[in-house]
Design a protein around this ligand. Structure first.
Ligand SMILES: [Zn+2]
Length: 151
């Protein structure tokens, strides 16, 4: 399961009762993207919730793909957001705190930790491949990325 399958809405029950339509607690579930982030759902939310939901929509769901919001861009952007927080030096617990403040979503720190470990291992593998192929610039670029995640 991808880390984006393990991102949950903090105030899920309030959101469901405000919108008066049930949808899953998982932020990136297809039904959640459809129901919570469509204009109709948004209009029914109180101001505080709407601001966070709008921030999420603006930061992750703003692509022009025909199949938006089911195109995969949102998941890719959220993963980039997590890696950016890690590169800023944040650990799993702090990352969970920040995503709560930013978007009212949460994950379990253990899941964030395994995601970060997996990301480092993926980069290590890519780095080895680049080295084997003699793609030096590519190898260096990946090495820099990996160091950002492991300092
Ligand atoms: Zn897209």
């Amino acid at each position: 399961m991808a880390i984006t399958d393990k991102i949950y809405l903090k105030n899920h029950r309030q959101l469901v009762s405000q919108i008066e339509t049930s949808f899953p607690k998982s932020a990136f579930s297809g039904a959640t993207l459809d129901i919570l982030f469509t204009g109709e759902g948004l209009a029914k939310l109180d101001t505080a919730s709407r601001d966070r939901v709008l921030d999420f929509a603006e930061d992750f769901l703003d692509c022009d793909c025909q199949s938006n919001p089911h195109c995969g861009c949102a998941e890719r952007k959220f993963i980039a957001y997590l890696l950016e927080l890690r590169a800023e030096g944040l650990g799993p617990d702090a990352i969970v705190d920040v995503m709560g403040d930013d978007y009212m979503v949460y994950a379990y720190p253990g899941d964030v930790l395994s995601f970060l470990d997996d990301s480092v291992r993926t980069l290590e593998a890519a780095e080895r491949l680049a080295d084997v192929d003699g793609r030096e610039n590519e190898g260096q670029r990946i090495r820099r990325k990996r160091r950002e995640l492991t300092r």
